[in-house]
Structure formats: C-alpha cells, structure tokens
Design a protein around this ligand. Structure first.
Ligand code: 3H9
Length: 685
C-alpha cells in the first residue's frame, strides 16, 4: 500500500501519510505528498486541503537514514514550496510531534491546527544540522525572531499552548477529534479571500530588522551552548539572513550551510549518537516474548545524596517509593533534601506546587527494613564496601517478597558476589545511577552472570519510563564508564610528575570539548573524598593538598585557587608541591604539547574501551559512546570515544600508544582487538 493516500470529504481533499514508526519524510512520502498537492491544485472540485498523519505522530522530520546517500527528487524543500504555492489553502493537522522537516512541511501549509498534546520543534541542531527545508526562513516570519532563534538553536520543542501564544499555530483541536476539526477548519478557511503565505510575511521580522543587536545578544547569552559546535552558529547565521535578506537569498544561504554541515564530521558524529542511543536500549539474546515484572512500588535503601536522588526519579514518574534509613535524623535530612530539590525546581517554574505535593505524597520514609517487603524492586545505595553490600543483600533476600528484583547502585563492585548471598541470583542486577541521580540521564544496567532476561527487560523499560538512557554492562571493576576513566586518571597523575601542570592537562581536555579537565573535576568533587586527617601520610599530591587545607572548590583552594565566584586560577603553592613530588620521583622533566597530553589521556581510554568490547562487557562500541557522552561529558560533536577513534583512524591510535609505550609503563597492554582492527583497516562502529 502507498504511504500517502487521499480522501475526498465533500470539497476538501485530505492527504494522509502512513509511514510507521514516526512518519519520517523519506522519498516515497515526499513523492506522494507532491503528487497529492498537484492533484488538489488541478481539481476545480477541491476548495481546500488537509495534511495529516496516521499512527503515533505527525511527520517527525526528514528520514535521517537517507543522509549521506544520493538525493532522490522531489527534495523536501521542493515539496514544501509546492505546498505553499498550492492555489487552495492547505491545513496541517498535527498530533504527536511535528519535528524538523515535519514542522517545515507545516510551515509551508497556510494554516496549522494541533491537538493539545502536540509538540512542535526544529531539533536539527541536535543532529549537527540546521533546518534545511526552509525552517530557518519561515519560522521567524511566522513565530517571530526571538522564539525562532531559541527553538532553532536549542532544538527544544514547544508545546501546543506555547505554539498558540507565539502564533505558530492557528487553532486547537479537541484531543480526539483532530481529523474532523481539521476538515471543519479547512471549510472555514476555504471561504476566506486570501491566505497567509509564510515566505511572504514580514510582520513578525520587522522588529528584529530594527534591532539587529538581538543576534549578538543571543550569541553572548548562549556562548557555552555554542562552544565547539558548528551547527548552532550556522543556525544563528541563517536566521539572521531571514531578517537581513529577501526570502530567496535566505533560502540559498540555508541550503549552502545545510550541505556543508550534513557532509561534515560533526553531524556524522551526532547522527551516529542518535541511532546509538536507540540501539543501546536493545539487548542481544532476549526473546521478544520475554515477560516483564510489574513494578508498582520501589524500595530504596539509603537516604543520602545518592538514595534521595534515585528516589526522585521514581516519584517524578508517579511510582510510590519506600525510603529506608538507619537513623531518624538521616532519614529526615534525606526527605528534606528531596523536598528542597523539588521546591527549587518549582521556583524555577519547571514544576507546579501541586506536582511537588503529588510527588511527595508517593514517598514513604521509614526506619524499618521490613517495610520493603511488598516492593517489586529494591535498590540499595549504602556504603561502597563489599562486606556491607553482602550483608544488605542477605537481609533484603529474607525480607522482600519472592519474585521482586534486588538491585545495587554500586559503581564498581562485583554484582555476582552480592547475588551469591541470595537465593534469587536471577533477580539481582546492578543499577548504577550517576550523581546527581535525579538529573544525570545515564544509567548503567549491570547484567550479572545469572540475571534473568525478564529482570533485564523490566529494568530497561523502567529506565525509559523514568527518562534515563540505559546501557547494559557486564560485570567488571568499574563497569564501562569508571573502568575507562581509570587509565585517564592514572596518566593525568603521571603527567604531573613528568613536568605538565594541572592547568595544561585540563586545558588539553576542555579545548577538546570536555566541560572540565581531571583536576578541575577533582576540585569540584572535593579532594577529601575518602581522605581523613588521621590517616593522611603525605604520600600523594592529593594528600598534601588536603593536609594544607586545599580540599577543592568548597574550601576556596585545591589544585587551583578560587575567587568568590568559584573561578579557578593556577596556584603557585600547588606547583611547588608538585615540583617536590616530581623531584622525589626522579622522572625527567619536560614540556608537553596539547596533542601529546590528549594522546596520553585519551588513547589509553580507547584501548580500555576495546578491551571492554573484546571481553563482551559492552554489547557494542556505540554503547560505550553513549556512556561517555551522558555520564562523563565527552563532547557530542566527536561522537563519543569509540566513534572518535574511528574518525581519526584506529591505526593512529595504535601508533600513538606504541609511541607512548615507555611512558605508559610495563603494566600497560595494547588490546588485541584494537591491534587486529587497526592492522585490518577496520573500525569499531
Ligand atoms: C530534518 O528533518 C532535516 C530537514 O530540516 C531538512 C532536510 C532536507 N528518520 O525515538 P524513537 C526511528 S532532520 C529515520 O525510539 P519515540 C528511530 O531510529 C530530522 N528514523 O521513538 C527508531 O528506530 P528503531 C529532524 C527515525 O517514540 C524509531 O524511529 N527530526 C527518525 O521515543 C522510533 O524512534 C528529528 O530529529 C527519523 N527522522 O520518539 C526527530 N526518527 O525502532 C527525531 C525516529 O529501529 N526523532 N526514527 O530503533 C525523534 O526525536 C523521536 O524519534 C520521536 C519519537 C520524538 C519522533
């Protein structure tokens, strides 16, 4: 059956797309739309047209899988032009999400009607692109420059109410009556004399034309978001052209910028991440008919920062939580922190007071372990010591009802050892949340040797429900993320002894695109994590810094000196401490280039990633990219560590590691998989 069909309802032609799952505007859809519009144009019996979609959503954009392949006519810009030039008024009837090319189709239409739950956006920037079918020129003309700039540069969609406010849509349909309401709307407008043509409008861009500084202001305010990425800058340039130039010239510039971005490495990397994120949710070897466990109540052990943050995920998703602590004071503190976090979100306007109360009502704080009995999933977030974890699992196993899942939030301990303490090892799984757990999107799901497919499938679905990006890891120290972090930390410490400064090391990574380098990160986390004055023996740089009261940002100094705004500057005291250690180590001192520092820090990580792959600890290279992107700030425009390695070439990585062999030391071994792939000229992805 054709993906585009038409229906006549009196003198209205309804064009219907049915291209699951998301009505992407692939070639067949574009061709069908163009043919249907020309049918409407040539038929005197037709007075107006409705374009709508079957299935879960209006067009969610161009078909991303077609990028990089030879283009097939008609192009999307041509289809949008044809809709706009249709002599009969065309109404877009929108449900679900009108995204990217989908919203561009809607902007080509003369009118837009939406259901109240619809969302509209131009997310191309998140794929390293800009809207390439007229969106940068039509959206400012329809919705005004300020809103268009924000939507196009952030890529974030607006909801139906906001879309009405900014003039992006003309009418709200009933929640379940879009098809009829759209036809009625089309009849209304068919009787009108003239119809708005987005490309001809000037009313909404007039103000910006008189105040061109709006663009410079926007760039200044969004400097952090724009840093390192090519696409946002191109987006601003194209929207500026909508104000400065005639429509046709603006479109020409948009096209030029789109073609440059779509063939560049940044967009390739970000498209890779789009599919990688969706791929990560799929678990190899789990049959589709595997049953899931119903999770109606979640128990959390430990009301500290981690336990509280984990609890918030479930409360926000409407799931009741039983929160257990050992002492009343700690429990009260945990509950108060949860409330404070919600209230802060409400104060920022991102939650209503009712939503705060609705979440808090779902929380049952208790001192009694026994209250966990009826939970369907219990997550422990107690101290990271195997003996304590084992004791916790023994107790949970005795109390919690049979069939319930027992999970550990450990960040590096062996899940199988914990499972062995229970009579239900098949129900034990690792759920490694990242701090702050209510904000960070990554969740490492650790699959134990005996974790059942049903448990895995359940926690992956639950992760999606609470808005997390889940990646499955096997059992190994540090799992995927922390295991790869380790060689980076080791090399960073060694570099200090060989003559590099903490600031040189940090800059090498921030210029690469990380939000922070290792020493900035250490200062932020606090250098005294796990340190005590009594146990301190002045044997590491970190210990001496702590002994001197330099415990990180919170004390005003750590590796760096901090001013009142927590802005760090290089510290002569730290330099002197490092110089002493360097002298004692006897390591020859020298200067390091930025490239060499990166090679020392990042190549060993790739090597560890390759070992994780060859041991089967990650299902696929792209899962590793997703972990590092969402848990550790690896810059998205490089596609993640493994994609980046593919981009620069595995041979380059291997040669670099061999060049650094002496510095990396005798314990360092090159991954056999990396060597084999590099020699064969292959990639990870
Ligand atoms: C664009 O429009 C460029 C134009 O300006 C100019 C052109 C000249 N294409 O996310 P889900 C697949 S750029 C191909 O799990 P949800 C997806 O891979 C585009 N495939 O569902 C997955 O496949 P699988 C701008 C796509 O309900 C399946 O559909 N648009 C596309 O959680 C289900 O996806 C965007 O960037 C696509 N465009 O979320 C929007 N979209 O099942 C991208 C999805 O094999 N899409 N797939 O893993 C989304 O944001 C979400 O998919 C959406 C649904 C919110 C729509």
């Amino acid at each position: 059956m054709s993906v585009i069909t038409t229906q006549r309802v009196g003198d209205i032609l309804v064009i219907i797309s049915d291209n699951p799952p998301v009505n992407a505007l692939g070639h067949a859809v574009r061709a069908g739309l163009a043919a249907a519009i020309s049918e409407a144009a040539g038929d005197d019996g037709i007075k107006a047209v409705v374009i709508r979609c079957d299935g879960r959503t209006f067009f969610a954009g161009a078909d991303i899988t077609e990028f990089g392949k030879p283009p097939l006519a008609p192009s999307l810009p041509d289809v949008v032009d044809a809709i706009e030039q249709c002599p009969k008024p065309v109404v877009a009837a929108i449900h679900g999400t009108a995204l990217g090319g989908g919203l561009e189709v809607a902007l080509g239409c003369h009118y837009r009607i939406v259901v109240p739950s619809a969302r509209l956006g131009l997310p191309e920037v998140k794929l390293g692109l800009l809207p390439g079918a007229g969106g940068t020129q039509r959206l400012p003309r329809v919705a005004g420059v300020a809103d268009a700039l924000s939507m196009i540069v952030t890529g974030d969609p607006v909801d139906a109410a906001r879309a009405m406010e900014i003039g992006l849509v003309d009418r709200l349909a009933g929640a379940d009556t879009l098809a009829e309401d759209a036809i009625a709307f089309a009849r209304d407008v068919a009787a009108r004399a003239g119809h708005p043509v987005s490309s001809l409008r000037t009313d909404r861009i007039a103000e910006a034309a008189n105040h061109p500084q709006v663009f410079d202001k926007f760039i200044a305010e969004n400097a952090r978001r724009l840093k390192g990425f090519d696409a946002p800058k191109a987006c601003v340039e194209a929207v500026r052209a909508a104000v400065d130039r005639p429509f046709d010239e603006g479109i020409r510039l948009e096209r030029e910028l789109f073609m440059k971005l779509v063939s560049g490495t940044q967009s390739k990397a970000m498209r890779h991440l789009f599919f990688a994120e969706r791929q990560a949710a799929k678990i190899d070897g789990i049959p589709a008919d595997t049953p899931m466990i119903d999770i109606a109540r979640v128990g959390i052990l430990g009301a500290g920062t981690m336990g509280g943050g984990i609890a918030m995920n479930f409360l926000s998703a409407g799931l009741p939580v039983t929160l257990v602590e050992r002492e009343q004071a700690a429990l009260d503190r945990g509950v108060a922190t949860i409330r404070k976090n919600y209230e802060r979100t409400a104060a920022r306007g991102r939650m209503t007071a009712e939503q705060v109360e609705a979440a808090m009502v779902l929380l049952t704080p208790t001192l009694a372990y026994e209250d966990l009995a009826d939970c369907d999933l219990v997550i422990e977030a107690v101290f990271e010591l195997m003996e304590i974890k084992k004791e916790v699992f023994r107790r949970l196993d005795a109390i919690v009802k049979p069939g319930a899942i027992l999970a550990s939030n450990t960040s590096y301990l062996d899940i199988d050892e914990m499972a062995a303490e229970t009579k239900r090892p098949e129900a034990v799984v690792g759920l490694h949340f990242f701090s702050p757990a209510n904000i960070m999107r990554l969740l490492e799901v650790v699959r134990g040797a005996r974790t059942s497919p049903s448990v895995l499938k359940t926690v992956m679905a639950l992760a999606k429900k609470i808005g997390k990006i889940a990646v499955v890891s096997g059992v190994c120290p540090g799992f995927i993320g922390n295991r790869m972090l380790r060689p980076r930390q080791t090399e960073a410490q060694k570099l200090l002894l060989e003559g590099a400064s903490p600031w040189e090391v940090d800059v090498a990574l921030t210029e690469f695109g990380f939000p922070m380098g290792p020493f900035q990160m250490a200062d932020l986390a606090g250098l005294d994590l796990g340190w005590t004055a009594e146990g301190s023996t002045s044997s590491t740089i970190r210990e001496v810094l702590c002994e001197r009261g330099r415990r990180g940002q919170k004390t005003g100094s750590g590796f760096y000196d901090y001013d009142d705004n927590r802005r760090g500057s290089p510290s002569p005291e730290t330099e002197a401490i490092i110089a002493e250690f360097a002298a004692k180590s006897g390591a020859p001192q020298r200067k390091f280039s930025t490239d060499e520092i990166r090679e020392r820090l990042l190549y060993p990580m790739i090597n560890e990633g390759a070992k994780i792959l060859e041991e089967g600890m990650a299902q696929r290279a792209s899962d590793i990219d997703i972990v590092w992107l969402n848990g550790y700030g690896w810059p998205a425009f490089t596609g993640g560590p493994m994609f980046w390695a593919d981009t620069i070439g595995l041979k380059t990585v291997l040669d670099g590691l061999e060049r650094q062999a002496d510095a990396l030391g005798p314990d360092f071994t090159v991954s056999a998989l990396l060597r084999r792939k590099a020699d064969a000229g292959e990639n990870f992805n």
